[in-house]
Design a protein around this ligand. Structure first.
Ligand SMILES: Cc1cc2nc3c(=O)[nH]c(=O)nc-3n(C[C@H](O)[C@H](O)[C@H](O)COP(=O)(O)OP(=O)(O)OC[C@H]3O[C@@H](n4cnc5c(N)ncnc54)[C@H](O)[C@@H]3O)c2cc1C
Length: 487
């Protein structure tokens, strides 16, 4: 491996790979350094005991060209082997009702009226869907957002329209206020539903999620949802191939331990090597980035904007392979619990199954591979002492709803925040990005320019935060800002 590159990207998560591939397309010689043995970070898959498990993410939206992943794949001319889900998700309430989250807005409104009562559901969902469409449409039109230079401000103003100015006010309003305006706050079943659905998207509740993000998050299932055959590693591998075919390199098992800034380059130290580059993109969380660098950052990255464990979440996750030939209506299920889960105290679990037509994730027909996850708040202080008790309660819940029969489990394993720390090195083992908080408006979220010079940052702790589409967009924005500043 050469020791001099145009650009080094720390971390091969979906954000880092997005930025790296666009820089490689620009003709730069790019090196991606990844501490793990496989690329993808929280968006990846790994083989174990003849089955293929997902590391973290399981649901996927955004393969359309006006959404960040679709935009990226179109730019790179990459086709993803994915199928559109006919029913994106089902939610199983603790009162025994099952709610089908249909993609079609009309069908979904019928279902919501049936399950939550007709009062104002249609009006509420039409409003949310309008906001969601606006947010997705705007996200790629404003690639200098959040602005942190005069030229960004100029670009934002150039691309602004009346609707953007009108809708900016929804960043100041919480989802709780919106529910109150629609007279839905007294509908406890609906409020619980919204809170648990927001937790898997905005990582927070109706009180802390603004309407721009919250309405978009609640309408996640009203946009095409996809399943990537073979697991989400097949979303990542084509980007890795693209980088390698375009003069770039991915160096696995290469953790960066320190980054120095010299007069005209950055020097990245690993256990065995020192690598020089002109441009640096850190795609690991800002908490981790600050521990690696020896140079001052822009004032935006001061300690008050860096969230600590008490404001973050990790996950307890299980991978279960089991024999089963039950045909289900959906592969993604959120299950609301009657009482909080032992030790963790979360009130819902999320179950994703391998697609029935994808037989590449198990050794013989008749198996399913399940990923199950639940939130662990404040992972530094929420130590899971008895992981077997949590595993057994989750399995009991799944049995109760009829998803599996314990007798048929061929293999299972689970991971706690400690395992997440080991897998991704993310501070406290937190995952899922920085949660939404009302005090942080979209334009105050962490931006891509790290030191105001040639170092940039992307990933799910920077704008716009959560999920695969958000992380991809953060990579696109880091590339755009770097290009505008220097190329
Ligand atoms: C359980 C779970 C379920 C989720 N479900 C969904 C979902 O269904 N849909 C969805 O869209 N999103 C989901 N997400 C969120 C989504 O997976 C993440 O937001 C996204 O993958 C984050 O990507 P990233 O590139 O920002 O960070 P990461 O994926 O964390 O990537 C960072 C990479 O950097 C590497 N690294 C760290 N430190 C160093 C170092 N010092 N040197 C070199 N490499 C380093 C890590 O190993 C890692 O590969 C889920 C996340 C989890 C954990």
């Amino acid at each position: 491996m050469s020791n001099v590159f145009d650009a080094c990207v720390v971390g091969s998560g979906i954000a880092g790979l997005s930025a790296a591939s666009l820089l490689a397309k620009e003709g730069l010689k790019v090196l991606v350094l990844e501490q793990n043995w496989i690329p993808g970070g929280c968006t990846s898959s790994y083989p174990r005991k003849g089955f293929v498990f997902e590391t973290g993410a399981t649901t996927l939206v955004g393969l359309e060209r006006n959404m960040p992943p679709g935009y990226l794949f179109n730019k790179l001319n990459i086709e993803i082997d994915a199928v559109k889900l006919s029913l994106p998700m089902q939610v199983h309430l603790s009162n025994g009702k099952t709610i089908s989250r249909y993609e079609s807005l009309d069908k979904w409104i019928n279902e919501a009226e049936l399950k939550f009562g007709a009062k104002n559901q249609a009006k509420f969902w039409k409003f949310c869907f309008d906001v969601a469409n606006f947010v997705w449409d705007t996200s790629l039109k404003q690639k200098s957002f959040p602005p942190d230079s005069f030229s960004d401000l100029f670009d934002c103003a150039k691309n602004a329209n009346l609707k953007q100015l009108q809708y900016a006010r929804y960043a100041l309003k919480s989802m709780k206020t919106l529910l109150a305006e629609y007279g839905l706050l007294e509908n406890r079943t609906f409020v619980n539903f919204c809170n648990e659905q927001l937790l898997i998207t905005s990582q927070n509740s109706i009180e802390e999620t603004n309407v721009l993000f919250g309405a978009t998050a609640l309408c996640y299932t009203n946009f095409p949802n996809y399943y990537v055959n073979g697991g989400l590693i097949n979303l990542v591998n084509p980007i890795v191939d693209y980088i390698e075919q375009n003069n770039g390199e991915i160096s696995l098992r290469t953790g960066v331990t320190q980054i120095e800034k010299k007069a005209d380059n950055y020097v990245l130290h690993t256990k065995d090597n020192s690598i020089k580059c002109k441009f640096l993109v850190s795609s690991i969380p800002i908490n981790n980035t600050l521990q690696l660098i020896d140079f001052p950052t822009r004032s935006q990255f001061n300690s008050s904007n860096i969230l600590q464990s008490d404001k973050l979440n990790s996950a307890f996750q299980m991978g279960i392979a089991f024999k089963d030939d039950n045909q289900l209506d959906a592969i993604h299920h959120q299950i609301h619990l009657e009482k909080p889960l032992v030790e963790i105290c979360s009130k819902s679990i999320f179950l994703s199954l391998s697609h029935p037509n994808d037989n590449s994730r198990y050794k013989e027909a008749g198996y399913k591979v399940a990923s199950i996850s639940t939130h662990v708040h404040d992972p530094e202080n929420n130590i899971i002492e008895n992981k077997e008790a949590v595993e057994s309660e989750i399995i009991n819940q799944l049995e109760k709803i009829g998803f599996l029969d314990k007798q048929n489990i061929a293999y299972m394993h689970s991971s706690t925040p400690k395992a997440w720390h080991k897998w991704t090195q993310r501070a406290f083992g937190f995952v899922g990005g920085y949660p939404q908080y009302m005090k942080t408006k979209p334009w105050q979220m962490l931006s891509a320019r790290l030191d105001g010079d040639k170092a940039y940052i992307c990933g799910d702790t920077t704008y716009p935060g959560q999920g695969i589409p958000g992380a991809v967009l953060s990579g696109i924005i880091a590339y755009e800002k770097l290009k505008k500043d220097h190329l």
